[in-house]
Each structure stands twice: as structure tokens, then as C-alpha cells.
Design a protein around this ligand. Structure first.
Ligand SMILES: [Zn+2]
Length: 543
């Protein structure tokens, strides 16, 4: 997902955070955010989503076929669909099933005996006027925008809110289907762009046609999207690490010229990110960049774009160093999520840092790839001004709640700091590539990422993660010169914090020291200044 507008984040979030601390989680939060007994017994294998949006009255009708494997026998199955949408009917093997609604959760009584190991299928029919996206992509839903030529542009965005805002599904991130078909029926003059590859366009007798998009890899539910407009498009082949990657671009006709120039950055992005993170994770589904009326979102294999063909973030440099204006923020950031969000996906949104910290950090790596290491460092360090340290980056589990928005800039700076600790750029790059290989197409928890980094860094990084993900304090290196020695220690840290740090005494060489919370002593040659390497996100204080 995107970062919020930083002005909003800086000025409003302190108040929001107070309100959030006092939040009492509801029954609905638990139904949505936990792996309930009605979810845990079945493993999602396939979705076929069929939708027909109706621009005249902003309604949708459609159905989802849900294929699943029975892990444990159970006779009640939970499907989610948000108000004011309604489930009309549910069938299994042609039989109509009874169901009960509890808020946004539907509990379906299965009359057929569910036997362990069997593959089963239901179809859920629904209709209604889905929630309008109030401020997409942050406050999402469905957006209906007149295009000035008598047509309606339709787009969906739903991270956090959940895909059940526009279609019936298992709306929890832990489980992904192995593949999916998205079929969208629109008027003949309009085009739908969804995820994966276009398998067919079926002409209907009622002046509509149906776009069938096939996704052959696991997909996270908020990554599924529908984009309807009078698109023009072009295709290219990117020669990447895994061979030929089909790349396509869909834009509004009036923006074709601009897009042909601006979207050349997609190839540059693929080159830089394949270098750092390994092969693009969805070669079989292709990569698409699709214009939409909102800022953008990491929809899997159909990244959406609304940055106005400007460099930076809507023309601004979030780092205020100049480097952020060298590239288009939405092309780089949202595409970075193909590796961290769509390939490696959180099970619980409390662990959203896995998506946003790594993707924020990808901006710095992109900058480094094209403009050099110092430029990358300048960029990530420049974004520190946006860190709030208001609450921990990891949020509360099992209630569909994310942690602090510090998951962006603080998370990026944490990873940049860990790179300094690893102190071996090639090893660090192999860790980033290894994460994408080891957790390829998986949903994960924080502990798995932390464990992998520690194991492959060759040292225990756990206290560093604790400090930056689970605490709001920034480590302070305290030091004191005494004769021909300097004493130093960490303060403002979690118990056992033991991060090595690079310093420079006087005009001497860079050197690593290994502070703990206890005072340690280092011999000097009479220097009277100590400077911590700027790449470490810490503070220092002479005492
Ligand atoms: Zn993001």
C-alpha cells in the first residue's frame, strides 16, 4: 500500500494514535482479523470472480466460485462481504445452501459432508451498491469517475479495508488461492484490466463483452483489482533474469504520448529490482502498469498508476535531497511491492512492515543502482525527517489493525542500518534475494523474516529488530573522553541491545565498536571528537 500524504501523517497522526490506543476491538474486528474456526478448516485453492459493474447506478452484480481443499471436516464455512453488499444465494453441487449473516461475515451451512482431503467448491452470488472509495487508495472501495466522453472510469482499491468491500471472499491474508480467474463484463466500448494475462474477450448479445483475466500464481486478496476505462495500450518484452517477461501498459488515450516517455522507467525499475531482489516474481502473469484516477496501488501484476506523469511523489521529493525527483515514485514504489507484498506477503496486517519497510527501502536501492551509493544513502537519511516514533511499527495481532506509519521511513532506515551492521554489500544483496527465494509466493510472519536475516547475516540481529519494530525509542550512543580513552555505551535501548556501530575518532579512520548498555572503554590517540557514521539511524551524545 501507499504511504499516506506525509502532511496528513505528520499533523494528524499524533491525535489519531491516541484515539487508536483507546480502541476497544470488537467482535467484528475478530471475525475479520483472526483465523476463525470457520476459516481454518479449509484451504483456498482457486477463485473465479465474475462481476458486472453497472455505471448507471453504481452497483455490482456477480459471483465468486470458491474452490477449496478440506483440511479438517467441518460443516460451516465463513465468507466475507461488506455492507451494503448482499449475498443473494450460495450453492454447492447445484444445491442452494442456508447461511447466516453476522455483520460482514457470512456463515454458510454446508449440507454435503465435508471429508478431509477432498476438493470442494461453492459459488456465492451477490449484488448491491458497494462502498464508494472516499479517499482512495487509503480509504478505498469502488470509484466511479466520468471520463468526459460519456463513459465512466471504474476502479477498485482495498488494502486494509479488504477485498470483501467489492467481492465475496475469504478476507484474511493468511490464505491465498493458487490461481484465479477474474471475469469482468463491461460495455463494448470499454476495456477492463485486471490481474494476470488476458485469456479471452467474450462478446455478449447485450452490447457488452467480458474480459477474462487469468492469474496462474498465488495472489493476495487486496491485490485483486478491476479497472475499467477507454484504455489504449502497448506491449513490450523485458529480457530479464528468468527470460522474456511480457510487459504491458494501459493508459487513457489523451495521455499516450506522456506515458510512452514516463513508463520507460518500468524497464529501469525491473533491471534495478531484479539485481537487488532477484527475478520478478510473476513472469507467468506478466507485468502491467495501468492508469487509474487515484494515486496508485501495488495490485499484483497490474500495478496501478495515478502520479500524473510527474517525477517524485506527485512532483515532490519526500527526502528533500533532490534524489527523489530523479524517478517516478509510484512506478518505483508500487512496483517494488511485487517483491515485498505480492511475493512475500504478511499473514496479519500487524506485520505490514514486511511490505512497507522493504518497499520504502527499495526506493533507496533504486536510487543507489542508478546514481551511486552516496545518493541512495542521502535519500534514505533524508526521509528520517518524516519519522514520528509515535508507536511501535508492529500493530496488534488478530484484529486487522496495522501499526505505526513509521513502517515506511523508519522501517527503511532500520534496514539501511542493518545493512551497515552486515557490512558486506554482496552478502546483504544475497539476503534480499534469498528472502524472495525462500519465501517465494508465501504468506509469512515477522519472526520468519527476522530469523532469516539473522541466520544469513551471520550474527543475531534480533535485538535490532526489537528496538526498531517493537519500541519507539531511538538508541543513543553515550560517550565520554577520559585521558587517552573514550568510554561508550548504548542508552534508550531494549534489554540486551548489542548493535555494533561505526564511528570515527577525530580525523582517524572509520572503525566499528560493539557497545552494550554497560560502559566500555576504547584507547584513543588523544582525539576529542567522536562521530557516528550517518548511515546508522541512532543518536549520539557526549556526557
Ligand atoms: Zn507501499
Amino acid at each position: 500500500m501507499l504511504k499516506n500524504l506525509f502532511s496528513f501523517c505528520l499533523f494528524i497522526s499524533p491525535f489519531l494514535s491516541v484515539a487508536q490506543e483507546q480502541t476497544v476491538f470488537t467482535h467484528a474486528d475478530t471475525l475479520r482479523g483472526s483465523v476463525t474456526p470457520e476459516r481454518v478448516w479449509w484451504d483456498l485453492t482457486y477463485y473465479h470472480l465474475k462481476v458486472r459493474p453497472n455505471a448507471q447506478d453504481s452497483t455490482i452484480t456477480g459471483s465468486t466460485v470458491i474452490n477449496y481443499k478440506v483440511l479438517q471436516p467441518y460443516q460451516t464455512l465463513q465468507v466475507d462481504l461488506q455492507e451494503p453488499l448482499k449475498i443473494e444465494k450460495v450453492t454447492q453441487d447445484g444445491q442452494t445452501l442456508a447461511f447466516k449473516r453476522d455483520g460482514n461475515a457470512f456463515f454458510i451451512d454446508l449440507s454435503k459432508k465435508q471429508e478431509k482431503g477432498k476438493l470442494e467448491s461453492i459459488e456465492v452470488f451477490y449484488s448491491g451498491r458497494p462502498r464508494l472509495a472516499r479517499r482512495p487508495p487509503w480509504d478505498g472501495g469502488v470509484q466511479w469517475v466520468p471520463d468526459g466522453n460519456g463513459n465512466t472510469i471504474i476502479s477498485t482499491s482495498c488494502q486494509g479495508l479488504g477485498s470483501s468491500v467489492w467481492w465475496p471472499c475469504k478476507d484474511h491474508m493468511y490464505d491465498e488461492p493458487d490461481s484465479m480467474m477474474v471475469s469482468v463484463t463491461v460495455p463494448k466500448k470499454m476495456t477492463d484490466v485486471s490481474n494476470g494475462k488476458l485469456r479471452s474477450i467474450v462478446e455478449n448479445s447485450d452490447d457488452t463483452h467480458t474480459f477474462n483475466w487469468a492469474v496462474v500464481n498465488p495472489i493476495n486478496n487486496y491485490g485483486v483489482n478491476m479497472n475499467v476505462a477507454n484504455y489504449v495500450s502497448w506491449k513490450e518484452i523485458y529480457k530479464g533474469e528468468k527470460g522474456d517477461l511480457p510487459v504491458s501498459f494501459y493508459v487513457y488515450p489523451e495521455n499516450l504520448e506522456k506515458a510512452k516517455v514516463q513508463f520507460q522507467q518500468a524497464n529501469k525499475m525491473l533491471k534495478a529490482f531484479e539485481h537487488w531482489f532477484g527475478p520478478y516474481p510473476f513472469y507467468e502473469d506478466g507485468y502491467k502498469l495501468v492508469e487509474v484516477p487515484y494515486l496508485g496501488m501495488e495490485h499484483q501484476s497490474s500495478v496501478t498508476y495515478g502520479n500524473g506523469y510527474k517525477m517524485g511523489y506527485l512532483g515532490r521529493d519526500l527526502s528533500k535531497t533532490g534524489w527523489g525527483l530523479k524517478w517516478d515514485f509510484i512506478i518505483i514504489h508500487e512496483s517494488g511491492h511485487e517483491w515485498f507484498a505480492n511475493n512475500i506477503t504478511y499473514k496479519d496486517v500487524a506485520d505490514m512492515w514486511i511490505h512497507e519497510s522493504f518497499t520504502n527501502y527499495s526506493e533507496n536501492l533504486y536510487t543507489e543502482y542508478y546514481f551511486g551509493k552516496e545518493a541512495g544513502s542521502d535519500y534514505v537519511i533524508g526521509t528520517r525527517a518524516l519519522i514520528a516514533n509515535d508507536k511501535p511499527i508492529i500493530g496488534p495481532y488478530h484484529v486487522n489493525r496495522e501499526g505505526s506509519r513509521d513502517m515506511y521511513y523508519k522501517g527503511g532506515n532500520m534496514l539501511h542500518t542493518i545493512r551497515q551492521v552486515v557490512n558486506d554489500d554482496e552478502k546483504w544483496r544475497q539476503i534480499l534475494r534469498g528472502l524472495n527465494k525462500t519465501f517465494y509466493h508465501q504468506t509469512v510472519e515477522t519472526a520468519q523474516i527476522e530469523g532469516y536475516v539473522s541466520k544469513n547475516a551471520g550474527r543475531d540481529i534480533s535485538k535490532v529488530f526489537d528496538q526498531y519494530l517493537r519500541d519507539t525509542r531511538i538508541p543513543v550512543l553515550e560517550y565520554s573522553f577520559k585521558g587517552n580513552t573514550v568510554e561508550y555505551r548504548w542508552t534508550n535501548v531494549v534489554n540486551g541491545f548489542d548493535m555494533p556501530v561505526k564511528i570515527k575518532l577525530g580525523e582517524g579512520k572509520d572503525q566499528f565498536i560493539s557497545p552494550t548498555s554497560e560502559w566500555k572503554t576504547l584507547k584513543t590517540k588523544g582525539e576529542k571528537t567522536l562521530v557516528v557514521d550517518r548511515n546508522f539511524y541512532v543518536e549520539s551524545k557526549g556526557v
